[in-house]
Design a protein around this ligand. Structure first.
Ligand code: 2DT
Ligand code: MG
Length: 220
């Protein structure tokens, strides 16, 4: 009998330069029939507004920037669901936890920021209803090590002091994920190969490389 069921949705989160993009590309190649999606997806109409914001071409209020990042995920939500139901696996390079952590960090760095930007509940609400990852992997390392990595400092948010705040906010927000859906990987001083095998061990032990008949959950 042919295997049936849906594919798994696997999210890789972390700070800038933590190795997310490298590891998500490697994981995509290891999983069967797998697509890689990166957020923000700068190729869409909303994504192009986000790109202008991140590269400093335009200014946006914190609230509208936050909502655009969420809208960018909603642009792709339906196609993510359809692909999973067709039996495809999907790896996400950033998703809602980046959304909350960066916005929260921004509001904590600004004395004048308004109460909703400091509220995790408010920050989370526009993402409610999006497909829920089967696993979130967080690549964790000290911010001092990030600063030494290549390609640092070209965009908004790429600043060591700010990344320290983002890290704290990530750790706070990740606490709300049930233990069996979260894996924090300490990548400090590990090679690309070592992180890759660590991730694969987790994937295999949780059978995330296999189709499932469990229904796809939504974030709620
Ligand atoms: P990249 O460097 O990965 O392209 O990200 N960000 C991302 C947010 O502030 N909110 C979000 O919802 C997402 C997905 C993280 C560019 C920057 O965008 C930030 C870094
Ligand atoms: Mg970046």
């Amino acid at each position: 009998m042919a295997k049936t069921g849906r594919g798994k949705l696997i999210l890789i989160e972390g700070l800038d330069r933590s190795g997310k993009s490298t590891q998500s590309a490697l994981l995509q190649r290891q999983l069967p029939n797998c697509e890689l999606l990166k957020f923000p997806d700068r190729s869409t109409r909303v994504g192009s507004l986000i790109n202008d914001y991140l590269t400093g071409k335009t200014q946006l209020s914190d609230q509208s920037a936050h909502l655009l990042f969420s809208a960018n995920r909603w642009e792709l939500a339906k196609s993510i669901e359809e692909k999973l139901l067709q039996g495809k696996f999907i790896v996400l390079d950033r998703y809602i936890y980046s959304g909350i952590a960066y916005s929260l960090a921004k509001s904590l760095s600004n004395d004048e920021s308004s109460p909703e930007m400091k509220s995790v509940e408010w920050l989370y609400s526009p993402d409610k209803g999006l497909p829920k990852p089967d696993l979130t992997l967080f690549l964790s390392l000290p911010t001092e090590e990030l600063a030494r990595r290549k390609g640092w400092g070209e965009e908004r948010y790429e600043d060591v002091e700010f990344q320290k705040k983002v890290r704290e906010c990530f750790l706070r927000v990740l606490q709300d994920i049930p233990q069996d859906h979260l894996e924090i990987i300490n990548v400090s001083d590990l090679s690309i190969e070592q992180v890759k095998s660590h991730i694969w061990e987790v994937i295999e032990s949780k059978e995330l490389n296999k189709l499932t008949t469990m229904p796809l959950d939504k974030l709620h």
